[in-house]
Write a protein that binds this ligand. Structure first.
Ligand SMILES: Cc1ncc(COP(=O)(O)O)c(C=O)c1O
Length: 417
């Protein structure tokens, strides 16, 4: 469920017309619905109300401080993958005991920061990382709480770039080496084993890969128990998909039901790391048509948002619905919606039937709340878009539009010319 609906042929976010918002804050702009964010987080979290669990929102999906604060206020923790995300999480007031830290390339500085903050646990991705964390914890005179991220070799049936739990992937420790890695972990003086972790991919539209992965992890937990290693946390990662187009991913409640069924007799606290399913359909990217252009082959709609603002179509060939902010006509035309960037890969939609639009019209690129702003860049020296949070009929700027001055702030011209 989301709160982007038409009223009198005008697209609203909650009770605010997006046209009015765009006129006031300019375009391109990312717009998030507070009610949708609140609802998505609560539905996911409450689906697991019957068991001890922690919903650790995955910061990479959308790392704006205001969103992190909202999820923290709903009892959420976070899944982080960098020192920068830890910094954000702490700035937003997420307590350290609700933070888990994944990622294959944690640096010494990042490890030290997380140890000093006292996070719940590191999700360890290799035995070299395990030793590095043990050694840093030794230097700092503490013990690092860890789970090993196990690669269960399950095909999540999603885009290869966002599949993370197959044998060929860079993530985690191979399932058949996991026992040995745990044995090594328990021999280390500054390591405290807390749990088992996995993450198999993102935008999953079926439940069975999650269940397969969970069964493999349960078998591993039994073996670890037999070795005298007790597991307090089972972290099942994120990955639940959302409808961008015709996909019909499982509802979080159905996902939860399937997981809960597999957990009978297990006495761990469960951790989940949902990202996309919480924020994806809670945000849109509003853009203005600059020009239209007809060539022998195509009708182009040239808009003021480019691949620097939303890279998913260019990077993964992803589909995002595009809707007019004011419905003026029922007449449609097949168009390519493209941005101003000097790359042929700069597009938001190819061969899409859209209501006929002209220069000045506003469009909403739907389902842009996850991996939208966070993957944006300054390519072509384009300032990053403004981010706005709407609650009811009011809006709050939660990140200002960058200025040209902002873009060059960290640069310097050396005195050598
Ligand atoms: C370790 C980890 N946890 C959680 C997530 C969030 O996944 P999603 O946005 O699909 O829920 C990701 C995404 O890649 C991830 O790598």
């Amino acid at each position: 469920m989301h709160h982007f609906q038409y009223k009198n042929e005008e697209l609203y976010c909650e009770d605010l017309p997006l046209r009015k918002l765009a006129e006031e804050v300019g375009t391109p702009c990312y717009v998030y619905s507070h009610s949708t964010l609140h609802h998505h987080f609560s539905v996911f979290d409450q689906s697991f109300a019957s068991i001890p669990h922690l919903t650790c929102y995955s910061v990479k999906a959308n790392s704006n401080l205001a969103l992190l604060k909202l999820f923290a206020s709903l009892g959420g923790g976070v899944d982080i993958v960098s020192g920068g995300e830890l910094f954000r999480a702490r700035k937003a007031g997420i307590p350290p005991e609700r933070i888990v830290y994944s990622g294959v390339g944690k640096t010494v500085d990042e490890i030290d920061f997380a140890l000093k903050e006292g996070i719940l646990m590191f999700n360890i991705e290799s035995t070299e990382e395990l030793k590095a964390i043990n050694s840093r914890a030794g230097v700092l005179g503490c013990r690092a709480r860890v789970a090993l991220r196990v690669n269960p070799d399950v095909d999540p049936k999603t885009h290869p770039y966002i599949s993370t739990g197959m044998k060929k992937s860079k993530f985690g420790i191979a399932a058949d080496s996991a026992l040995q890695a745990y044995d090594e972990a328990r021999s280390l003086d500054h390591i405290e084993i807390m749990g088992v972790d996995c993450h198999i991919g993102s935008q999953l539209t079926e439940i069975s890969p999650f269940v397969d992965a969970l069964r493999r992890l349960r078998a591993l937990i039994d073996q670890l128990n037999a070795m005298g290693i007790s597991i307090r946390y089972l972290d099942l990662g994120g990955g639940l998909g959302i409808p961008y187009d015709q996909e019909a991913p499982p509802h979080p409640r159905d996902y939860a039901q399937a997981i809960l069924q597999e957990l009978q007799g297990l006495s761990c606290t469960l951790i989940f790391e949902p990202g996309r399913v919480i924020v994806g359909n809670a945000g849109v990217l509003v853009t203005r048509v600059l020009y239209t252009k007809k060539t022998e082959m195509k009708n182009f709609v040239i808009v003021d948002a480019g691949m620097n603002d939303l890279i998913r179509p260019s990077l993964y060939g992803s589909y995002h619905q595009i809707q007019p902010i004011q419905k003026r006509t029922a007449e449609t035309q097949v168009v390519d919606v493209v941005g101003p960037i000097c790359e042929s890969g700069d597009f938001l939609a190819h061969d899409r039937a859209l209501p006929v639009v002209g220069g000045g019209d506003l469009l909403a690129v739907m389902s842009a709340g996850a991996y939208g702003f966070t993957m944006s860049s300054n390519y072509n020296s384009r300032p990053r878009a403004v981010e706005v949070l709407v609650k009811g009929d009011r809006y709050h700027i939660i990140r200002k539009r960058e200025s040209w001055e902002d873009m060059v702030r960290l640069e310097a011209i050396p005195d050598i010319f």
